[in-house]
Structure formats: C-alpha cells, structure tokens
Design a protein around this ligand. Structure first.
Ligand SMILES: [Fe+2]
Length: 183
C-alpha cells in the first residue's frame, strides 16, 4: 500500500475533520519514531494514519467493531501482519509485541493530548506547546478528561522511553507538520 492509497481510504471512511487530524498526527509521530529508530517510515506512517479508520463507522470496540473492521478491510488490501497486529494492539487485547505496535500505542493518546494543549494556548498553535506544559496538564484530571493518562504512562513505559523524553519527541514531530493542520 502507498501513502496515497492510505490517504484515499481515510478520505472515504472518515468525515470528521478532528478525527482526520488525529489520524494525521499519529501518522506523523509514527514516522518520526520510524526515522529515528531505523524503521520503514512509509509503513509506520500508513499504520499510524489508518489505525482509527473504522472508528466513525464502528465506534464500538470489539471483534465486530473497532479496530477489527479496519484490519479486515486492510488485510484485503494487502497490509502485512506487523501492521495489522499493531492496529489491533492499540485498542484490543492483542499483545503489543513489536516496536511498531508499542509505538502506535505510545503515541495515540499522547497526540490527542498534545493537540488539546495547543488548542488552549492563546495562539492555538503547536509551536507554543512544550514538554512542561504537557506534563503539567497531564496532572490536571479535568483537562481533556477523555484522554487516558494511564494509556499515556503505560505507552511510554512499554516503549522504554522516559515519559518526558517521549513527550518531547512527539511534540517535535507534530511541530514539523503543524501548518498542514492549521495548528
Ligand atoms: Fe487513535
């Protein structure tokens, strides 16, 4: 699968602008980690981009819903086991065994959280987000309450990257592409 094919799938399956932005931010963070750990940037980007492709049509998590519907569709399109297991691993009991799976889980909720922190800045820009502002907000339970802190902490731990370092990587990744999302 090419990046263009992945973007076409996204454009057909996902209408919500905020979900689309979320998927692009996760793709970007995945690409950053691929490039910095000697992995295949295209495959990691595509996996990040499509991880929530079925969420609008199948918002319920489970074998008949998210993310199994995405994986069934994508397997028909020829994605490999590493990619499909990573997508399953971010929102099911499928174990996260590969670097790709661990990274997807570690960046997913964090990308949403970093965007939420950007949106409360007067500028509403990612350029004004730093590690300190993210760690401070993580401790505020009422801020972006729908974002699981547990998943963010567990994700960094599974990845084996200290939390603040990990947050810094994801901020840096997203800032590089921020203008594409109007952030
Ligand atoms: Fe996600």
């Amino acid at each position: 699968m090419t990046r263009n094919e992945a973007m076409e799938i996204l454009s057909i399956w996902v209408r919500s602008p905020s979900l689309r932005t979320h998927m692009y931010t996760v793709a970007t963070a995945m690409e950053w980690y691929a490039k910095h750990t000697g992995q295949d940037a295209d495959r990691w980007w595509i996996t990040g981009l499509l991880h929530d492709m079925d969420y609008e049509k199948y918002p319920t998590v489970g074998p008949l819903g998210h993310p199994y519907q995405a994986v069934a569709f994508l397997k028909d399109k020829g994605i490999d086991d590493e990619m499909s297991d990573a997508i399953l691993g971010h929102a099911s009991q499928v174990p996260r065994e590969t670097r790709m799976a661990k990274t997807l889980f570690a960046v997913d909720e964090l990308c949403g959280f970093i965007v939420a922190v950007a949106l409360i800045k007067p500028s509403k820009k990612l350029a004004d987000v730093d590690v300190q502002s993210v760690t401070k907000r993580l401790k505020e339970k009422r801020f972006a309450a729908n974002v699981s802190r547990e998943d963010i902490y567990q994700g960094a731990e599974e990845l084996g990257v200290p939390l603040e370092e990990h947050i810094g990587h994801v901020i840096a990744a997203l800032q590089e592409q921020a203008s594409a999302w109007g952030l």
